[in-house]
Design a protein around this ligand. Structure first.
Ligand code: GLA
Length: 390
């Protein structure tokens, strides 16, 4: 199979009858640990997947400066072309998959970048709706290509906030900063330890093969249920709890027992317990990885899952079954990754046990009457990049 970058290049050339000025691609991500901590100004530890979304793009010179700039976008996946103009850029005006592209154009313009009219062609290898950040991959690839076409002097470390703004204010999803940061700034062979308050980043070497280990990703293919409403509700509960505790964000809880005693209801106590213990698990995971004890992170992953299941209440039966069956088949640890209510599970396994664990999960799904899952081994890949070899 050809890469997304090659397909984007080829489709662009066929559709627009000339080769693109540039091709960029950005990856999907998995989060090793640190779930629902980003919008609580805490810690996350994602890594980029080899699967990428690519965009081939060329600026279009418009003859009159009075013409409204326009953007024409072809999506291989949707098998559809959409054109929107600068006059149609207010949030809500563009709908469907093109919202993500329009959102990036809008957010760049809001950030003062003069985005030229352009033609774009999109292709992706990131599974959509599987909790692997296909939307962030799309936003980050498009943003990178448009920054180049605009010749804008915009440091790469500023890109994630602009892409997040597109998603928050234009697409209307109240996500945190993790996915866009991972898709932009991850490095191959590393997980990205991100302090979501300060923006401080550390690339943590994550070479499991040298320790005889692998991360198996199981896409449960469970239909996402109630995702955006439940996500927003979790976020609102956390923000309310921080207000009750008189702190800027749950990141600032220093004494968990004291905080729990001061919260008025069981639901917020559970949510706060998840966030506070999860931040601590991220720190411990980083310490173990730095000590080259990757196997040691297994119990932290499993504890993270239990916390998401019991305290944050964001798992579903398919996800819990995947975790339990992977552990029974010998995984050192397993957890759901991403926003929840479906999506993927990560299992830390011996490098020679990936097939065995994948089969065990598939068998457990069959027994439970769930749709067959899809599994693959994830090796940490690079963030957004200009494709030079298409
Ligand atoms: C989604 C959001 C992220 C983050 C995760 C949960 O992926 O986009 O910002 O909140 O859920 O950790």
């Amino acid at each position: 199979m050809t890469s997304a970058a090659e397909r984007a290049y080829r489709t662009f050339t066929d559709r627009y009858a000339s080769p693109p000025d540039t091709v960029w691609s950005a990856p999907g991500r998995v989060n090793l640990i640190g779930e629902h901590t980003d919008y609580n100004e805490g810690f996350v530890l994602p890594f980029a997947l080899p699967a990428r979304t690519a965009v081939a793009a060329s600026a279009v010179l418009t003859t009159s400066t009075e013409d409204s700039p326009f953007w024409t976008v072809w999506s291989e996946y949707a098998d559809e072309e959409v054109t929107f103009t600068a006059d149609q850029l207010s949030p809500g005006a563009v709908t469907g998959w093109a919202t993500y592209v329009a959102g990036v154009v809008w957010a760049l313009r809001e950030a003062g970048v003069a985005v030229p009219s352009a033609r774009l062609a999109l292709a992706t290898d990131v599974p959509l709706g599987a909790g692997l950040s296909s939307s962030a991959a799309l936003e980050c690839a498009v943003l990178a290509a448009l920054v180049e076409l605009a010749n804008a002097d915009l440091p790469r470390t500023d890109w994630p906030r602009i892409a997040q703004r597109a998603e928050n204010a234009y697409v209307g999803v109240p996500c945190g900063i993790m996915d866009q940061t991972a898709s932009t700034l991850c490095q191959a062979g590393h997980a990205l330890f991100l302090d979501c308050r300060s923006g401080e980043m550390t690339q943590v070497p994550f070479d499991l093969a040298s320790q005889g280990l692998a991360i198996l990703v199981v896409d449960t293919r469970a239909p996402h249920r109630l995702v955006s409403g439940e996500y927003a509700a979790r976020r609102a509960t956390c923000e309310q709890a921080a207000r009750t505790l008189g702190i800027p964000a749950l990141r600032d809880v220093t004494d968990l027992d004291d905080a729990l005693a001061r919260l008025p209801d069981e639901v917020s106590r559970r949510r706060v317990r998840h966030v506070v213990t999860e931040n601590e698990r991220v720190r411990q995971t980083v310490a173990l990885l730095n000590a080259k004890d990757a196997r040691g992170i297994g119990p932290l992953m499993t504890a993270s899952h239990a916390s998401m299941r019991d305290d944050y209440e964001i798992t579903v039966p398919e996800v819990d079954t995947a975790v339990e069956s992977a552990l029974q088949a010998g995984a050192y640890g397993a957890r759901m990754t991403g926003g929840g209510f479906g999506g993927c599970v990560l299992a830390l396994v011996d490098a020679d046990a990936t097939d065995r664990v994948a089969h065990a999960v598939t068998a457990a799904f069959e027994k439970a009457g769930f749709r067959a899952p899809a599994s693959f081994v994830a090796v940490p890949a690079a963030g957004v990049a200009r494709a030079t070899d298409v």
